[in-house]
Every structure is written in structure tokens, then in C-alpha cells.
Design a protein around this ligand. Structure first.
Ligand code: UD1
Ligand code: CA
Length: 462
């Protein structure tokens, strides 16, 4: 971290080209909003009170998203251009000393290494301003960098104002700048509105500095991908893909096997331990952690889950906000709605749905069950087709099953209800009252057998 380094992130625009009701910087790529990515990079080089985000469109929502980071905010009520946006920070930034980096909120792929490179180059050259540029096959839409001898940046010409000759320039402005802060604040207010759009362009400061004899450098960056600014949803998808590739690659290099990685979606914050295998089309989302030696089958979707070591989650299991202890086996086709704790070596089989359920160590529910608002003791076995009736039409109630119990297939437990330790429930029972420890409870119509009935019926019809 450098002292006296201020970062300003411009994020007030609506992003008309997104054709969205939502502000552009709130759209997500790699499982995080665009502006969060940029703030994350900024916080790697300076402290939160030295980062100011300029908000405008949906300011409340942008601020709420970023509140946990501790950064400062400046409000730009009317979007009158990038220079005007920066001007809004004049009194929000802690001081006008040292260096100031400007980043755009719609440029989420920028790496911390590149920001450090910018700082080092800027310090080394002694320039008043340094701008990161890159060369693009198709520079349409970007500001063109007019670069002279010795990488001197003479001007940035916006697409709309560019002459046919200038439009041919393939070196573009990335929108990432480093300034000597005192000189920036001194000159910023002298930028005139652009005659075509009536907006104040920050890019005009380059020409202004040049006319004052202050040096501006263009730092050419080879990785154009990293500098991509998002203006449309098509570009958003491209950037999302790049984040996905980065993440799966990072995991594979750390010892995770990923089958068909191009189909797998892993959010930025997700952690996965070594020797774990992730199947094709799996999605690990949000604040999910998976331990070592696990197998996550194809098509599984885990959101905000904590999975310990040696867990096997088979194909097409969907789990949310749940904790799964080591050695557990789940799926295929299991559904864990929020709030479950699945104990060590527990087993949840196909078409079993869990909600707010705590399964003890080694407990099993192998097939076709709904287990909601319940606690199931260690070593218990829940038969196929068991339903916990947790909802009476108005309220939710709890089902409690003691350790080592056996619930026969197709049983219905009407909550609130309790089954004691080591108890048995006969298959097909409807249980409405407490079952004591070690008891057998059967709650079903008795079987009647009518000898010869079927034969007589056939004969009658014949
Ligand atoms: C800008 C640059 C262009 C560069 C490109 C790189 C200017 C004038 N042009 O163009 O040279 O090649 O980025 O991606 O700077 N914003 C505000 N308030 C405003 C206007 C914009 O906060 O009044 C914010 C936006 O929310 C956005 C960022 O500034 O995050 C850039 O604005 P945008 O309109 O996307 O600029 P570009 O046309 O892409
Ligand atoms: Ca842009």
C-alpha cells in the first residue's frame, strides 16, 4: 500500500447502452457486481477512506452494495461527463496530496498488478499524468490516443469528435489514469464542455496539460482483455466468461479437477480444496466453500454452502445455505433448501427435499422424502416416501426424531411431533402423537383379508 494514494472510481452513469432498468455498474460478472470488482482492486493498493466512488444513477443501491467495504461516496446528481464526475470528489477525498488514480466502474477485469505497474511507471517517468492505453483490432467507440515521440500522450480524441484519420488509430484510452493530485485539482475545473455533447470530458485534461508544458505519458498495455469497458450486455457476457475461465484455471492450478471447465460456473469468492473433482455444468455460487477430496457431480448447483472434506454430492443436486459435514453422501437429484446441517457420514438420496433440517451423524434418508423444520438423530433411518407435515396452513412446526430411530416407508409425521430414541414407526403410519423411546408406533388401518373374494368376483362376471 502506498501512502497518500487516492483512488476515485466513476460509477454514476446509467449505462444507456445496457438497455436496463438497473444501473450498469450493478450488473454482475463472475458473480459480483462490476463496481465491486473495481473497488476490490482499488482496496489492494490503498485504504478504504482513500477510495471515493462517484454515484448518481441508483446511488442508494450502489452505496448499499459497497457499504461493507468502507469506501467513501460522492454524489453526481446530473451526469455531465467524466471530468464533472471527478470534480464532485474535490471535497470528499481526504486531501489533494500525492497521487490520484481514476478508474471507471465499468472496467472490472483490471488487475491489481496493472495498477501497480501504472504507479511504478508514473513514479519512474516523473510525468504529471500517465494514461493506460492498449491496441485494439476494432477501436470503435473508444477514445483514441494521439501518441508522439517517447510515448508522450498529446491528446485523447473521443469517437464522436475524431476525424476520419484519427478514427484509424488503434491505440485507445482505457480510462485508467494516474495523476499528480495537486496539478489535477488545479487544472480540472478549467476543462470546457465538449461542444458536441455539452459534457465535461476528463480526457480533455491531456490536451490541457500539454498546452501548459506538463508531461503526459501513454503506458501501452499488451493485454487488451483486461482493459475492456462494458457498455452492452453482449460485452458483459464476454467479461463474465473471462472471469469464469480465470477462476476455473486458478482452481485447477491449485489441485482441483474440473471436467469440461468451459461449462462450469464458479463465483469469485468460492473456495475449493485440493483433490476435489467438479463435474461438467456444475455451479458453485456465492459464499460457497468446498473442502478437500470431495466429488461434486455434474449439474449440481451449490449456493452459499459450506461443504467439509470427503463429501460426495452426486449429479443434479441443488443446495442452498446449508452446511454438509465430512463423509456425507448426497444425491443424485437431492434438493437442500436453506438452513440444513447434514452431519458426518449422513446420507441423503435421490428426490429427497430438506429444509431447516439437522441430520445427525450417519443418519439416512435414501429416497423420495420431504423433511422440513426437523432434527433427525444420529444413525436414524428415514424410509422412502416419508413426509414431515410441518405446515398447518398458518404456522410451521417442528419434528424431532431421536438417535437410532427407524421411520418406516411412506410415513407421515404431523408436526409438532416427537419420536424418542431407538423407536420404530411402522410403514405407512400417520404419526400425530409423541412416540416414546424404544417403542413401536403404528398408525394405519388394519389390513383385512377376505379369503376367496377375488375368485368369486371373477366367476360372477364370467
Ligand atoms: C470513456 C472515455 C474513453 C475511453 C473509454 C474506456 C471519456 C470522455 N471517455 O468513454 O476515452 O476510451 O471510457 O472504456 O472519459 N460516468 C460518471 N458520470 C458521468 C459520465 C460517466 O460517473 O457524468 C462514469 C460511468 O458510470 C462509467 C465511466 O464513467 O463507469 C465511463 O463512462 P462511459 O459513458 O462508459 O464512457 P465511454 O463512452 O465508455
Ligand atoms: Ca464505458
Amino acid at each position: 500500500m502506498s501512502d497518500n494514494l487516492t483512488v476515485v472510481i466513476l460509477a454514476a452513469g446509467l449505462g444507456t447502452r445496457m438497455k436496463s432498468r438497473k444501473a450498469k455498474v450493478l450488473h454482475e460478472a463472475g458473480g459480483m457486481t462490476l463496481v465491486e470488482h473495481v473497488v476490490r482492486s482499488a482496496l489492494a493498493v490503498t485504504s478504504p477512506e482513500r477510495v471515493t466512488v462517484v454515484v448518481g444513477h441508483q446511488a442508494d443501491r450502489v452505496q448499499a452494495t459497497l457499504a461493507p467495504t468502507g469506501v467513501r461516496f460522492a454524489l453526481q446528481t446530473e451526469q455531465k461527463g467524466t471530468a464533472h464526475a471527478l470534480e464532485m470528489c474535490r471535497s470528499t477525498v481526504p486531501d489533494h496530496e500525492g497521487r490520484l488514480i481514476v478508474l471507471y466502474g465499468d472496467c472490472p477485469l483490471l488487475s491489481v498488478d496493472t495498477i501497480r505497474l501504472l504507479l511504478a511507471d508514473h513514479a519512474g517517468s516523473g510525468a504529471t499524468a500517465t494514461v493506460i492505453t492498449t491496441e485494439l483490432e476494432n477501436p470503435t467507440g473508444y477514445g483514441r490516443a494521439v501518441v508522439g515521440e517517447g510515448r508522450v500522450l498529446k491528446a485523447i480524441v473521443e469517437e464522436k469528435a475524431a476525424s476520419p484519420e484519427q478514427k484509424k488509430i488503434r491505440e485507445i484510452n482505457s480510462g485508467i489514469y494516474c495523476f499528480e493530485a495537486p496539478l489535477l485539482w488545479e487544472h480540472l475545473s478549467r476543462i470546457e464542455p465538449n461542444p458536441a455533447s455539452n459534457e465535461y470530458y476528463l480526457t480533455d485534461i491531456v490536451d490541457l496539460f500539454n498546452r501548459e508544458g506538463l508531461s503526459v505519458r501513454a503506458l501501452l498495455h499488451a493485454n487488451a482483455d483486461e482493459l475492456m469497458g462494458i457498455n452492452t450486455r453482449a460485452e458483459l457476457a464476454v467479461v463474465d466468461n473471462i472471469f469464469r475461465e480465470r477462476k476455473t484455471r486458478e482452481l485447477m492450478l491449485a489441485g482441483v479437477t474440473i471436467r469440461r471447465p468451459e461449462t462450469v460456473t464458479v463465483d469469485m469468492q468460492v473456495r475449493v480444496g485440493m483433490e476435489t473433482t467438479i463435474g461438467a455444468f456444475a455451479q458453485l455460487l456465492g459464499d460457497t466453500t468446498v473442502g478437500e477430496d470431495c466429488a461434486i457431480g455434474p449439474g449440481c448447483i451449490l449456493t452459499n454452502c459450506v461443504v467439509a472434506d470427503r463429501v460426495e454430492i452426486s449429479a443434479y443436486t441443488v443446495a442452498q445455505d446449508s452446511r454438509i459435514e465430512s463423509g456425507a453422501t448426497i444425491g443424485p437429484f437431492a434438493r437442500l433448501r436453506p438452513g440444513n446441517e447434514v452431519g458426518e457420514d449422513a446420507h441423503i438420496g435421490n428426490f429427497v427435499e430438506l429444509k431447516k433440517t439437522k441430520m445427525g451423524t450417519g443418519a439416512k434418508a435414501g429416497h423420495l422424502a420431504y423433511l422440513g423444520d426437523s432434527e433427525i438423530g444420529a444413525g436414524s433411518n428415514i424410509g422412502a416416501g416419508t413426509i414431515f407435515c410441518n405446515y398447518d396452513g398458518a404456522k410451521k412446526h417442528k419434528t424431532q426424531i431421536g438417535d437410532g430411530s427407524f421411520v418406516g416407508s411412506n410415513s407421515t409425521l404431523v408436526a409438532p411431533v416427537e419420536v424418542g430414541k431407538g423407536a420404530y414407526i411402522g410403514a405407512g403410519s400417520v404419526i400425530t402423537e409423541k412416540v416414546p423411546e424404544d417403542a413401536l408406533a403404528i398408525g394405519r388401518g388394519r389390513q383385512a383379508v377376505k379369503e376367496g373374494w377375488a375368485k368369486r368376483r371373477r366367476e360372477r362376471k364370467g
